[in-house]
Design a protein around this ligand. Structure first.
Ligand SMILES: N[C@@H](CCC(=O)N[C@@H](CS)C(=O)NCC(=O)O)C(=O)O
Length: 214
């Protein structure tokens, strides 16, 4: 049986899972979940009820980073897993303090006791540090860290894109723009109809055009 990926197009966690699956070319069946209308089969498969969730031969993988690693361990043609150890620290900082500050900036009304301006500054500290680190990529070549973090920087940037573009983070801005313009991004953002219980899934095996910049 082909593994099943429960996904949601605009979710940054699902995006990074799809990036790794696309790069590894591991064949999966994609089921597009609408979060306000979660299908029963998804709720049965996913211990946390969050997307992405990969249902494979050895059970469910419920964390997007674990799905990335699972896919790349099978096939890693671009060597994304060949990364200095500090790459994992960058991912942890992005998933932890940066994502927390991002949510408190973007969804300020949900966090009555936090100040969105302060939260934006907190997120900006991470992006300034990242800007000093990036020279094309976070390391000398593309790694899992780039693709684990890019969807969240995208989400942050589009809270207020004119403001983001005015900041002095030239390396981060160029890194994000190149990603947004890449064939890789286009492939993983293709639209799929909502999946409903009982329906067949749709193959997710994007044949990526080779593109030196992506
Ligand atoms: N730690 C999880 C987090 C995934 C997550 O929070 N996904 C959001 C969507 S972006 C979700 O499914 N939320 C559940 C909901 O909105 O009901 C992962 O990395 O996969």
């Amino acid at each position: 049986m082909r593994p099943i990926l429960y996904s949601f197009r605009r979710c940054p966690y699902a995006m990074r899972a799809r990036l790794a699956l696309a790069s590894s070319r591991v064949d999966v069946e994609l089921r597009e979940v609408v979060l306000r209308d979660k299908p029963a089969a998804f709720l049965q498969a996913s211990p946390s009820g969050t997307v992405p969730c990969l249902l494979g031969p050895s059970g469910a993988i419920d964390e997007s980073l674990d799905i990335m690693i699972w896919a790349l361990r099978q096939n890693d043609p671009k060597g994304w897993l060949t990364m200095p150890n500090e790459g994992w620290d960058w991912i942890a900082r992005a998933d932890g303090p940066f994502k927390t500050a991002l949510d408190r900036t973007k969804y300020a009304s949900r966090y009555a006791d936090s100040d969105p301006a302060e939260q934006r500054k907190e997120a900006a500290r991470f992006l300034s540090d990242l800007d000093a680190q990036i020279d094309g990529w976070i390391f000398a070549k593309a790694t899992i860290a780039d693709f684990a973090i890019l969807p969240f920087v995208r989400q942050f940037a589009f809270i207020d894109k004119p403001w983001f573009d005015q900041q002095s983070w030239p390396a981060v801005q160029a890194w994000l723009e190149r990603f947004l313009a890449s064939d890789r991004f286009e492939q993983i953002m293709k639209k799929y109809p909502q999946w409903q219980d009982g329906q067949p899934g749709i193959a997710f095996s994007p044949a990526l055009a080779e593109h030196p910049a992506s």
